[in-house]
Design a protein around this ligand. Structure first.
Ligand code: SF4
Ligand code: SF4
Length: 278
């Protein structure tokens, strides 16, 4: 028996929405009983794309994070359901029985990830099924994963050490979308947006970009040094939130500069003008 899981690599997602559209194509207007009834065209996002704008002009990044049901090991939706309306299969897929769940509107708020939606017309809660009806027909992956052009979604049997997902899990650091919920989420993430500290270094005497200048970030028990690129830019990415750091810029023949920063937001320090030593 397989144990299914998914890895979402945020660093590969370009926000194309192919996964979302594939999900709509599979479920809108199509009942897949006994797994699911038709998904409404609007108002439900079984595969939701969160867009997060990071930084400020001129240093802005956008992170896209695909969010399906997490098919948790310890799902609160199963606990909250009556008459076994939500259940976990032996392969780990968590399903809502569309017949038993009629009228159980409270299930919408039973999931802390808010991935259960209410179908007003049918009076039934609905969510991502991992395309269980297709898996049971022999498909190797859900429609969303098949449709992803960048490889941002990886699906498979986490109990099989030779599966692609097992290799990805073994070779990358992954985390739950909201680790604090502690639900044993089987959808794991690579590269969830953290914080960055960036800036641009300029030589004050020539007004030229300061290339290959050392910039050091110290804090949280670690010290990291990078060199500015051809545009005088530097960046420290993947930093924890709300951490205090010291940024030091030093170039031979110029006065060094120091900044105390806190990563409560993504930080762009702007142009740092180096002054020539006398
Ligand atoms: S993410 Fe929510 S709906 Fe999905 S299995 Fe976990 S608790 Fe249930
Ligand atoms: S299809 Fe892939 S790249 Fe496109 S939004 Fe979905 S996860 Fe991101």
């Amino acid at each position: 028996m397989s144990r299914y899981g998914m890895v979402v690599d945020v660093t590969r997602c370009n926000g194309c929405y192919n996964c979302f559209i594939a999900c709509k194509d599979e479920y809108c207007g199509n009942d897949h009983l006994p797994y699911s009834i038709s998904q409404p065209m609007t108002g439900q996002f079984w595969m939701k794309i969160l867009e997060k704008e990071r930084g400020r002009y001129p240093k802005i990044k956008v992170a896209y994070t695909a969010v399906p049901c997490m098919h948790c090991e310890d799902p609160t939706c199963v606990e909250a359901s009556q008459d076994g309306a939500v259940y976990q299969r032996d392969d780990g897929v968590v399903l809502i029985d569309p017949a038993k769940a009629v009228g159980q509107r409270e299930l919408v708020s039973a999931c802390p990830y808010r991935v259960i939606y209410w179908n007003e017309a049918s009076q039934v809660p609905q969510k991502c099924t991992l395309c269980a009806h297709l898996l049971d027909q022999g498909w190797k992956e859900p429609r969303c994963v098949e449709a992803c052009p960048t490889g941002a979604l990886v699906f498979g049997d986490t109990d099989d050490p030779e599966s692609e997902i097992s290799k990805v899990l073994a070779s990358h650091e992954t985390e739950a979308l909201c680790p604090g919920y502690g639900l044993g989420e089987k959808v794991r993430y690579i590269g969830l947006p953290k914080r960055f500290v960036a800036g641009s270094v300029v030589l004050g005497d020539t007004d030229e970009c300061a290339v290959d200048v050392g910039v050091t970030l110290e804090g949280g028990g670690a010290t990291t040094t990078v060199l500015t690129d051809s545009f005088g830019d530097f960046e420290f990415e993947g930093l924890p939130a709300d951490q205090h750091y010291e940024v030091r810029v030093s170039a031979a023949g110029y006065q060094g500069q120091e900044f105390a920063v806190r990563t409560n937001v993504d930080l762009y320090l702007g142009d740092i003008i180096l002054v020539k030593t006398a």
